[in-house]
Design a protein around this ligand. Structure first.
Ligand code: ACO
Length: 414
């Protein structure tokens, strides 16, 4: 019987780690990507699971700053989570995540986030689906019919090399409008948003970047879209939208109409859009703009719930006692009183005082993680039997307090 040890993945083992990840994810990573991943991993927390000298498991945590309602906080973005096929279902993932929690706490990251390869894996570890997304398809064989008059400023195609400098201002200004969005540095723009070749769909064109309006000194353009195209079997091409940001509804309308009007194309695919994408409301003909899938997007785990809850804003006053289960971080389980309100920093503390009222809601940490960014509703979880309401109206009161004007939306997958 061997014992697996968890320790920082040595810099000298980066290539072994990438071979291991290729094995687990059935990939053959190109030399260009290997170089990029090595550089990325050097900036991250890296945990290796070692059986003797063999690397049998890996997890990497990217240090993010993530928007939450009313602000932002440090988050650990887990990726490259993988266990060798020879060591699966022996608790290695469990060991890797235990180590990840310790490191998140040490690094002052009250939440961990990830994109799951399979829906069934992470709920048991206290992760809940915190953002969901629509995949949209637009019929572009005809002009896009909209109920909003598009901004008539000129559109410019710019060189992707220059794009980070031109787009970053608008992206940064709009990022905190929705919870779940990451701050980007120049490296992230170049390697994750604008790489020459798309890592997952290699037959798409290089990125095209279209910008609305004149170039402003503060790089706050009226809006921009990043997209790629691919010729389909029948001869026509498809436009795949990667990102669209706009100052105003009119600016968004101009960019959507541009994408639909690209010649020799018959469809715009817009994966990963927010569930309240303004396009869904401004479209004059919803037969032309169709939701083809709704998917879980980013998962979130409250590692330090008190710190995380204190960092977000609240839409209404709330004072509830929660009975929380947390199988994988048992120190977070128990009875807690949450007191919060507009303009007030939330207090989340053990409900162990004589004056504390009885439990209002019983739930698992997974459900609290789903609700944290304002995306999921406790009332619906009560109806689904996932949350028990002991005090009538308590779930609605907590939902009212957690509510955000726009739904959370994660753009950067990792
Ligand atoms: C954020 C990301 O990087 S997502 C990518 C995740 N990685 C992959 O999909 C790569 C291929 N798969 C793997 O590497 C591994 O199978 C992993 C990482 C998914 C699981 O690793 P393991 O070491 O086998 O998991 P471990 O033994 O700790 O399992 C813990 C629990 O999760 C369950 N579990 C593990 N994987 C799965 C799965 N794919 N589906 C359902 N349940 C699972 C186990 O049954 C176990 O349940 P239990 O606590 O009730 O006994």
């Amino acid at each position: 019987m061997t014992t697996v040890q968890y320790r920082t993945l040595d810099e000298a083992h980066l290539d072994r780690a990438l071979d291991h990840a290729d094995l687990a994810f059935h990939e053959k990573t190109t030399d260009r990507l290997r170089k990029q991943f090595r550089e990325m991993m050097l900036r991250c927390e890296r945990v290796g699971a070692y059986d003797g000298e063999s690397l049998v498991g890996l997890s990497v945590a990217i240090p993010f700053r993530m928007s939450v309602p009313g602000g932002e906080l440090p988050a650990a973005g887990l990726t490259f989570v993988s266990v060798s096929p020879t060591h699966r279902r022996r608790g290695v993932l469990t060991g890797l995540l235990d180590e990840a929690w310790r490191r998140s706490a040490a690094n002052g990251q009250p939440v961990a986030v990830l994109w799951a390869s399979q829906d069934a894996i992470y709920g048991r570890f206290g992760f809940g689906t915190a953002t969901r997304a629509y995949n949209l398809e637009i019929d572009s064989t005809r002009p896009l019919a909209l109920r909003v008059t598009p901004d008539d400023r000129p559109l410019r195609l710019i060189d992707p090399e220059r794009a980070p400098g031109v787009l970053a201002g608008l992206h940064a200004a709009h990022r905190t409008e929705r919870a779940g969005r990451m701050a980007r540095d120049d490296v992230w723009w170049r390697t994750e948003v604008l790489p020459e070749e798309d890592e997952h769909e290699r037959d798409y064109s290089p990125p095209r970047v279209v910008v609305l309006g004149e170039e402003a000194p503060d790089s706050r353009t009226g809006g921009y879209a990043v997209y790629r195209t691919r010729r389909e079997a029948g001869g026509q091409a498809v436009v795949r939208l990667d990102e669209l940001e706009a100052e105003t509804p009119e600016a968004a309308a101009a960019l959507w109409q541009y994408l639909v009007a690209v010649d020799l194309t018959s469809k715009v695919r817009a994966p990963g859009r927010p569930l309240d994408d303004p396009l869904l409301f401004m479209a004059a003909d919803r037969d032309q703009v169709r939701v083809v899938a709704e998917l879980p997007a980013m998962w979130l785990r409250l590692v330090d719930p008190a710190a995380a809850l204190a960092e977000r804003s609240w839409a209404a006053p709330v004072d509830v006692v929660l009975e929380v289960t947390d199988r994988t971080l048992p120190d977070n389980a128990g009875r807690y009183r949450l007191t919060a309100g507009p303009g007030q920093r939330a207090v989340y503390r053990p409900a162990d005082r004589a004056e504390d009222p009885p439990v209002d809601l019983s739930l698992d940490m997974r459900e609290l993680g789903s609700c944290y960014l304002g995306g999921a509703k406790l009332c619906r979880m009560v109806r689904a039997g996932l949350v028990t309401e002991h005090t009538p109206g308590a779930a609605q009161r907590l939902d009212d307090a957690l509510r955000t004007p726009l739904l959370p939306h994660a753009v950067d997958s990792f």
